[in-house]
Design a protein around this ligand. Structure first.
Ligand SMILES: [Mg+2]
Length: 190
């Protein structure tokens, strides 16, 4: 069976936090690691990480050099028999550069949807792979047949009631376990 699978970009395909931490070191001389970034609205010295990311994403050169998440290319190939597309909260002004980045690293991913954080459930799909509990909870809550895959990072859990939906949620810290989770979701639907 073919599943419709929505794949988030930042934190799932693109190692955005690694890229922004490098810029924070360069611009402000402050050194942080990913484990310091322990929530979606993480701040450093009064600055919001997401505002920094949004500012940096307005530069197409920055967008193009953001590294990919380990294992993501292998996994997207493994999942290519499904209907895969991206859904991102990146602001529309970054879309052109983001599409170029996608085309360079994930040429098979053609579908592209923009949805604000917390509204990704409005995009028609059976499965959402995302690194924020906020998106996963809204998605599984919207339909009992939907399944969310939380791509786990130190910032993934933000005090939502995600544990209330455990039968619809898989927790995956890397892509190999995402591929396994998709296989088991697919088997359970046959
Ligand atoms: Mg994300």
């Amino acid at each position: 069976m073919t599943l419709k699978i929505a794949v988030d970009i930042d934190g799932v395909l693109a190692d955005q936090v690694a890229a922004v931490l490098k810029e924070i070191e360069r611009e402000y001389g402050l050194v942080y690691s990913k484990s310091d970034v322990d929530r979606a609205h993480w701040t450093f010295e009064g600055r919001q990480i997401w505002e920094e990311i949004s500012r940096l994403l307005s530069d197409p050169k920055y967008v193009m050099q953001v590294p990919i998440i380990d294992g993501s290319q292998w996994a997207i190939e493994r999942l290519a028999h499904h209907d895969l597309f991206v859904v991102t909260a990146r602001r529309p002004f970054t879309e052109e550069a983001t599409r170029r980045w996608l085309n360079a690293h994930f040429p098979s991913l053609k579908g592209y949807y923009w949805a604000r954080t917390g509204t990704k459930h409005n995009i028609p799909s059976d499965v959402l792979i995302d690194d924020l509990d906020i998106n996963i909870v809204e998605f599984v809550k919207s339909d009992p047949d939907r399944h969310g895959i939380l791509f786990q990072h130190p910032w993934s859990l933000n005090g939502t009631d995600i544990e209330e939906y455990s039968s619809q949620v898989s927790y995956c810290p890397e892509w190999e376990s995402v591929v396994k989770a998709v296989d088991s979701i697919n088997r359970s639907r046959q």
